[in-house]
Design a protein around this ligand. Structure first.
Ligand SMILES: O=C(O)CCC(=O)C(=O)O
Ligand SMILES: [Fe+2]
Length: 197
C-alpha cells in the first residue's frame, strides 16, 4: 500500500496532479464497482448538485452525474475496506507532508452516456474545507473513443487529459486546479471525494 501512496504523493509534488495506477487492489475496485451498479439498479443514486447550499442547484447543463455518498454506517464490507485504505492514506499524508487533514467525504459517481461536468474548481466559494480532490476510476477497458476524459487546466495554460481507466487514482489541490469531465460515450464509474481540514 505504501508504494501506491508514495507514487500518488510524489507525482503530486512533482506536477500538481498525483496519479497512481494501483491505489486500490483490483479486487477492491471490482467490489466497489459492483456496489455502484447495485445502487444504480435499485435507483439509489441521485442527481448531484453544484455548490453546498441547502437548495442545491441541479443544473444538467453544468453537471450530469448521479451520486451516492459512502458511509461507514452502511456496514458494507467493501465500503469499509475503502475507508480503511483512506484512513491509512490520510495518516501517511499528514505524517509525510504535514497536511493537517482531519476528515474526508466520498461518493460513488456515475456519468451516464452523454453526460459531463463543465470546467470548475472543487472548493466552494463560501467554505474552504475541501483541501484535496481525489477520484478513483472503476472502468475496465476504457478506450480513447469512449470520451469521458478528465481535463485538468494548469496555470501555465497546459491542459492535461486523464483517461478514467480502472484502478487509476487522481489527486490534486481543490482550490487550485480547474478541471472538467468531457462528454462520455459510455457509462463512466468512479468514486469521487475530498480530504478536508
Ligand atoms: O470524475 C472526474 O474525473 C472528476 C469529477 C469532478 O470533477 C467532481 O466531481 O468535482
Ligand atoms: Fe471537480
Amino acid at each position: 500500500m505504501q508504494q501506491a501512496f508514495d507514487t500518488l504523493i510524489n507525482s503530486f509534488i512533482e506536477s500538481k496532479v498525483g496519479i497512481s495506477e494501483n491505489f486500490l487492489s483490483s479486487q477492491l475496485s471490482n467490489d466497489l464497482k459492483e456496489n455502484l451498479l447495485h445502487l444504480h439498479s435499485e435507483k439509489s443514486m441521485l442527481a448531484a448538485g453544484t455548490g453546498n447550499q441547502p437548495l442545491v442547484n441541479q443544473d444538467k447543463s453544468v453537471r450530469g452525474d448521479i451520486i451516492y455518498w459512502l458511509d461507514r454506517q452502511h456496514n458494507n464490507a467493501h465500503e469499509n475496506a475503502f475507508f480503511d485504505v483512506m484512513d491509512a492514506f490520510v495518516a501517511y499524508l499528514n505524517q509525510s507532508c504535514y497536511t493537517g487533514i482531519t476528515g474526508y467525504e466520498f461518493h460513488y459517481t456515475l456519468y451516464e452516456t452523454g453526460s459531463f461536468y463543465k470546467k470548475h474548481l472543487d472548493q466552494f466559494r463560501n467554505n474552504d474545507s475541501r483541501q484535496y480532490s481525489m477520484i478513483i476510476y472503476l472502468n475496465a477497458g476504457w478506450l480513447p473513443a469512449d470520451g469521458g476524459q478528465l481535463s485538468i487546466y494548469h496555470a501555465n495554460g497546459d491542459a492535461q487529459q486523464v483517461d478514467p481507466s480502472s484502478g487509476k487514482t487522481v489527486f490534486f489541490k481543490s482550490s487550485e486546479l480547474e478541471h472538467e469531465v468531457q462528454l462520455t460515450n459510455k457509462p463512466r464509474l468512479s468514486i469521487t471525494g475530498w480530504l478536508k481540514r
